[in-house]
Design a protein around this ligand. Sequence first.
Ligand SMILES: [Ca+2]
Length: 87
Amino acid sequence: MDADLADALGTADGTGDDVVLFGTTSDDVVSVSAEGGAVVADGLPATVRVSAADPTLDRLTVYALRGDDTVTASAEAAALVQLSLFS
Ligand SMILES: [Ca+2]
């Protein structure tokens, strides 16, 4: 799944966008990393790629829900988007 936060010109759109992801009620191992300027969340039911995020305005929130969950993010990902991780 792709979430492109750019405007029609392909640049960050200057408004705050929220991307909210949910894990499962079982044990999730979610890793958020940076790939080619996009933020990629692996380990959820679908891999999610967030592109053109504005590091100061846009937020990626991960709720791992119930279970023995591990949610991690790289510093590179944290530099691309505001992260809120709940495991
Ligand atoms: Ca879970």
